[in-house]
Design a protein around this ligand. Sequence first.
Ligand code: ANZ
Ligand code: ZN
Length: 721
Amino acid sequence: MGHAWTFTFADVYARKMRLMGKEVLFPMGWDAFGLPAENYAIKTGIKPQIITKKNIDTFKNQMKNLELSFDWDREVNTTDPSYYRWTQWIFLQMFKHGLAYKSATPVGWCPSCKIVLANEEIVNDKCERCGTPAEERIQKQWVLRITSYADRLDKELDTVDYSDHIKTAQRNWIGRKEGAIIDFSGIKIFTTRPETISGATFVALSPNHPLAGKIKTVINPINQKEIPVFVDEYVLDSVGTGAIMGVPAHDERDMAFAKKHNLPVIDVLNSPNSSNLSNWPNLIAYTPKTIYHLRDWIFSRQHYWGEPTPMIFCEQCHSKGITWWQTEEGKNFKPLFNPQEPEHFDNKENPVDLAGWFPMKEEDLPLTLPDVEKYQPSDDGTSPLAAIKNWIRRACPVCGEAAIGETDVMPNWAGSSWYYIRYCDPKNETHLSDESHMAHWLPVDLYLGGAEHMVLHLLYSRFWHKFLNDIKVAPGIEPYRSRRHHGMILAENGSKMSKSKGNVINPNDIVLKYGADVVRTYLCFIGPFDQTMPWNTKGIEGVRRFYKKVEAIYQSKNKIAKDTTPHLKAKLAQTIKRVGESVDNLKHNTAVAALMEFTNEWEKSGTLSSDDAQKFLTMLSIFAPSAAEALLKALPAEALAKAWPTATESDLQVATATIVISINGKPRSTLEISSQKANLLDKDEVVNMAKKDERVSHHLAGEHIKNIIYVPGKILNFVTG
Ligand code: ANZ
Ligand code: ZN
């Protein structure tokens, strides 16, 4: 139901854009590699290829039932070799440009299942499958140097229109901190607050710091005071230099530590000497330094159901120390980054060694997954592919000797990092996408995604895009011009819908019961796109009644006439404005409310011309395509113009005249009438309209009307007594 909701929201938006005459690319695809399919294959013995196909058919069927107007000609599937051929191609470019390196990194390990655990398989520090506490292991893996783009990934957020919390989530994950490195008697500390240095009363090192336990005191360079050195776990290994200056007066963690160890607290910000705080750069030596929370991206998975990594390892070339950049082909290649020295690489014990690792020839892609019988990763921590001997056996592209293919596959983030590029030109067989198509469509104008896409998926695809732009493959520095993220639909009692709770609502069942129009409209009406709201059966019944009412109006003989009554003319103009603005701002719920209000007015009194009745249906059609089309038949054929209606300024202006209705001089209500019409209306007509007003009729009930004064178009006053 969550997917039904968000896709319906997007569909309504896309339909409106089409009616406005825009060229719309509204695609759908399947990002289908990953663990769920693989785990299911292990459990049932059914090939992931078959499971995936079956699931796609089911989803597609649900989407068609909901009348989602995707451009099915552009459908992509990340598990299709014609697609992952280009995912592999991008990986090769990254390798050649020095952005992919192989490095020993810690991975999760389940000692009971004897398999490497991806981060997403470790839940509360335990193996997701069997619950055994996960251990750590060092394993050589492919790593992508996303840190080389950290600065741009942060700064260039200024160029896009994302909701604030998406930008904040990106910035927090990147974790850019500007500061300084300052030397305390040979210990280099990192601080973001160098101006507080005269308040530094101690230094602390992380337990893994090479000088931990070796130095007891150091000199504070700003005042030459001797201060103690501690080793404590609150200083993290992987942040800055793994050493800090402790300023208890201005840092909570330092304060807690100082209290425990009885260390002096010197307030430097509020003391009489604080005026020379800004002078610190002239008094000590320091190195400006920017650090990031972002780490390089571990890109290997010891699994089956992923893109095979198109790399070959040759033992002979490795022992001779030959890297690809020393080969004939590699010598002529100008990498953007130095392959041997990743910029923010901090794994000193395991330097990068790419000797013997060679990219497959691009013309040999795709490197397809072999058919296997067993999907279980092997108990030595290698991927199931390692057991397929004739698949891993390759010839070294450099020396021709026997070599082996990489058996780790890519993470499921790989294919989803660039699908928006493929949507521009999904069937291209010679390029990932043709330049002219990309220039035409990119960047993506609007991306609607869930909170789960807000951090990693977004960051990864922005990284890939920037790289593809750097190597002149894709246009622009950012893939998405604007992004909004959606909330969630809960079960009727406010709990999360989940299979185990048995409270899942299947869109197909609901569509069968109510029809796609009612379900779509209800999904839009349930609330704003970015909120989390419970499903409400009463609400959907209300929408059903609304359509009954609309149907009755169109079928009655007296609601569509030659002319539109002026108050409806004005109301329609307002409705057009409100529906348009609401949908543009993804406030579909207020758009539906406006259509309902209009329907109520129309039902109460007045007629619409068939042209105006058609305009109303056009607005309705983005929510309820079938109903709108069926009701069009009630109109004469010439009323078939299919374009999004516009409210003319004069129609809207007409709407603004207000007649104040008073009783004995006390304003009780107002009548909104077209100003032109207000001048034409005679007193009796205005009195009749006023008497229909609930508040007015309430105050007049049982009263004797002595006199009625009317100032045309302005005031109507009842005098009683
Ligand atoms: C002195 C200081 C004074 C700091 C002050 C903060 C406030 P934030 O604050 O989140 O931007 N730091 C540096 N390296 C660290 C490590 N390896 N482990 C734990 N903490 C570390 O983070 C920057 C601050 O975190 C740095 O600035 C440092 O403490 C601490 F009034 O230095 B500060
Ligand atoms: Zn070789």
